[in-house]
Design a protein around this ligand. Structure first.
Ligand SMILES: [Zn+2]
Ligand SMILES: [Zn+2]
Length: 390
């Protein structure tokens, strides 16, 4: 392992800060306290700070030497709307909110790297420390971009990092290609003609159409999508009729769900095929169908060149503990939007074994403080190599 000594000098400060953030979790776009703390520490380091990007987002910019290259490093800051059940000294003090995804650790590690780099200044170029609000489904990345993130802070490459239980803290996975799935929502409303339940021939039954649609839905994965391309389509909500009116065939039957893919092409295919099936089924039963596909988050796909750069930096810190193969996650991360603006790489930093089975989004999850020096060292090495002074 090659973690600079100076990183360890900061460890008690960073660990205390991590515990403080963990005890005071804030949901997406409500990270007022967290972003104030981030901004204050960046300012104390002599880093120029831009607040309020995407509501509660913060960008710190550190420019050293005359290097023309500029990169962005992203940490997310938000917590989840769920109770913390495990007893620990830094347990959440806010009922119904907790850092169950380890974003408290992400925030602290990026601050630690900023502090280290502001002191050592052993690079030439510009680094933007991007502290993003609202990663957990509330659209913080998109809001930062709507507020001009990449026009105010142009980046030649962007990097993201997420903690990963199951990998040891001295391990890191840096893998080219798909890392996280797209996460989109779809809705179909079948429009029939309601009638007496005893006289179906006098109406057009939308429930039978919906049932036929649902029975055929998985043929999109099984018969249309390339079997070598992973994809998920799930129906997660159905709504029709009234359990108090069991002799009434309703006018409408609505169904909705999620769609996941690891490539833009398969994502397009899911959007088109769910709609085709919905319209075709409606046509078959002589009724109408309204279809909506809401594109929420694209897949996170690591760029080859950015991945090579991140891999080299990781190898300088983690030695032979860098994994170049690791299974992608079916979750989504809106870092994907940043990766559409500049070549990007998203890495998985070990969080140690899952403690009592607690994984991400579990009420007992906790970021592992032992990972802090590794995360700080990785970010710092990445900047020093990406923006190497010649
Ligand atoms: Zn999460
Ligand atoms: Zn997360």
């Amino acid at each position: 392992m090659n973690v600079p000594d100076k990183v360890f000098d900061d460890l008690s400060f960073l660990t205390a800060l991590r515990h403080d953030l963990h005890a005071h979790p804030e949901l997406g776009f409500e990270e007022v306290r967290t972003s104030d703390i981030v901004a204050r520490h960046l300012e104390e380091m002599g880093i120029s700070v831009h607040c309020g990007l995407g509501g509660t987002g913060v960008v710190g910019t550190l420019r050293v030497g005359d290097g023309a290259r500029s990169i962005g490093l992203r940490a997310d800051m938000d917590a989840l709307a769920m109770p913390e059940t495990a007893e620990r000294p830094h347990k959440s003090t806010v009922p119904g909110k907790m850092h169950a995804c380890g974003h408290d650790g992400h925030t602290v590690m990026l601050l630690g790297a900023a502090r280290h780099l502001a002191r050592t200044r052993t690079f030439s170029g510009t680094v933007h420390f991007i502290f993003q609000p609202a990663e957990e489904g509330r659209g913080g990345a998109r809001r930062m971009m709507e507020d001009g993130l990449f026009s105010l802070f142009p980046c030649d490459a962007v990097y993201g990092l997420h903690n990963m239980p199951g990998l040891e803290v001295d391990e890191i996975a840096v893998v080219e290609g798909p890392q996280l799935a797209s996460s989109d929502s779809w809705r179909v409303t079948f429009r029939g003609t309601g009638t007496h339940g005893a006289k179906p021939h006098l109406g057009r039954d939308p429930i039978t159409a919906m049932a036929t649609f649902l029975a055929a839905l998985q043929t999109i994965i099984g018969r249309v999508v390339d079997p070598l391309q992973p994809a998920v389509v799930s129906a997660c909500s159905v709504e029709a009729g009234d359990p108090q009116a069991l002799n009434v065939i309703p006018d409408f039957a609505a169904v909705g769900g999620t769609a996941r893919a690891y490539s833009a092409a398969v994502r397009d295919q899911l959007e088109e095929e769910i709609g085709r099936l919905a319209r075709g089924t409606a046509e078959m039963f002589g009724i109408g169908a309204d279809y909506r596909f809401e594109r929420r988050i694209p897949p996170t796909v690591n760029d080859a060149d950015a991945t090579r750069r991140a891999y080299d930096a990781a190898a300088s810190v983690f030695g032979d503990k860098v994994l170049s193969a690791f299974p992608p996650s079916t979750a989504g991360d809106d870092f994907a939007f940043f990766g559409q603006q500049a070549p990007g790489c998203y890495v998985w930093l070990g969080n140690g074994p899952a403690v009592e089975g607690a994984l991400h989004h579990n009420t007992a999850y906790d970021f592992n403080d032992a990972a802090i020096p590794y995360g700080v060292a990785f970010w710092s090495a990445l900047v020093e190599r990406e923006l190497a002074s010649s």
